[in-house]
Design a protein around this ligand. Structure first.
Ligand code: MG
Length: 386
């Protein structure tokens, strides 16, 4: 038995390689920076598991992990299911986003202990993951995705690279005309072979605006339609009604937190495809439970955003289509991926191969190597629980 002896939370702040693309930035001494954290779990028999969240490395996730970590000391590191159940119940008043990094570090630890990758432990299904290019939101300042035409140009570039699918994040200004304008321009430019999706990200101002854009999805043959209007996709009833008006499959539940809540949302008819975020929905344990639940009722899932954990989960999930390369735009660094890897891992446009796929990392655990010199150089705080 491997007993959890120590949990270390290391916070770090690093300069954004390309500030123009930063989604969440802080200005400090005139420099654009991002702050994230990394979790390490050590056992009494010398094993270590690590996870460095990407999109999910938020301050409130870190605050929850501070509350959760002390309760894990002395527990069996391989009782991931028991730990998931404990944390889900113990923190039932909250959204429980802190579970993910702890759970994933434990999966990494188990893989390293047994010399197997996480996807091997989960039961591998595929080694290559077809990508969809998921754009950054548009911007009104010059450069990047600054016009309807620039989206069409970028989609054409993605298609030329062999990327099979393209998802629009528009200007998020609630403008139905520009929303449909981008969709139409992209479809006309890339033709019928490329799968297209759109995600207004809850920016449309009314239900009827959502119907109008949904009908455009129908006319343009879109693959899915995601989180359209201002209810933030929180109502299963509303989306069941919306689904009655349109034919395009809807991808909803990005903003629904909780294992049981997401299952309820599905069974209430709120979506055609379930959106699961491994960094927000209980880590690898929570993600695989939901994916298998959906598989049993003939429903596909999509994993939200990108990262090593997402790749291992997708490698072992039958009922899913694409890996989200989030978030990309022309000629820019993808800020969703922190520059912390000492190996070839990356979620940049150039990391997609000529077949439009990214690989599943090989090697024990998550199969990635961290650049600890860089992380330690950028460290802003270190908290140790033992
Ligand atoms: Mg979305």
């Amino acid at each position: 038995m491997s007993t959890i002896r120590r949990i270390t939370l290391q916070s770090y702040t690093y300069p954004v390689p390309d500030p123009g693309t930063a989604i969440a930035t802080q200005k400090r001494a005139g420099q654009v920076e991002l702050s994230r954290f990394i979790v390490s779990i050590d056992t009494d028999d010398g094993h270590t598991g690590v996870y460095a969240p990407h999109y999910g490395a938020t301050g409130h996730a870190l605050a929850q992990i501070r509350e959760m970590a002390p309760a894990l000391i002395g527990r069996n590191a391989e009782h991931r299911e028991q730990i998931f159940e404990y944390l889900k119940n113990r923190f039932r008043h909250f959204d429980k986003v802190g579970i993910a990094s702890l759970d994933t570090a434990l999966w990494d630890l188990a893989g390293k202990k047994y010399g197997a990758s996480v996807s091997q432990l989960l039961g591998g299904y595929r080694n290559k993951l077809p990508v969809y290019a998921s754009t950054t939101p548009g911007n009104k300042t010059p450069g990047g995705l600054d016009s309807i035409e620039s989206y069409a140009d970028f989609a054409e570039d993605c298609k030329a690279r062999g990327i099979p699918a393209f998802k629009i994040h528009s200007f998020f200004d609630g403008n139905v005309k520009s929303e449909i304008g981008i969709m139409t321009a992209v479809r006309e430019r890339v033709g019928d072979e490329m799968k297209l999706m759109t995600d207004p990200a809850s920016s449309l101002r009314s239900f009827m605006d959502a119907v109008e854009v949904g009908r455009a999805c129908d006319d343009l043959g879109f693959f899915w339609y995601e989180d359209p209007y201002r209810d933030a996709s929180s109502s299963a009833v509303a989306h069941k009604r919306l689904r009655d008006f349109i034919r395009t499959p809807m991808l909803i539940a990005e903003h629904i937190r909780g294992f049981e809540q997401k299952a309820d949302f599905v069974l209430a008819g709120g979506t055609d495809i379930l959106h699961i975020d491994p960094e927000l929905d209980g880590g690898i344990t929570g993600t695989m439970k939901l994916a298998h639940f959906c598989d049993a009722i003939g429903m596909e899932i999509q994993l939200h955003t990108s990262g090593p954990m997402h790749r291992h989960c997708m490698a072992a999930i039958v009922n899913t289509h694409f890996y989200e390369l989030a978030l990309v735009r022309p000629n820019a660094w993808n800020t969703f991926q922190p520059p912390i890897y000492a190996d070839t891992y990356g979620d940049q446009m150039d990391d997609v191969d000529s077949d439009g796929c990214v690989p599943v990392p090989e090697g024990p655990g998550l199969g990635v190597t961290y650049d600890w010199d860089r992380i330690n150089h950028w460290e802003t705080a270190r908290e140790v629980y033992e």
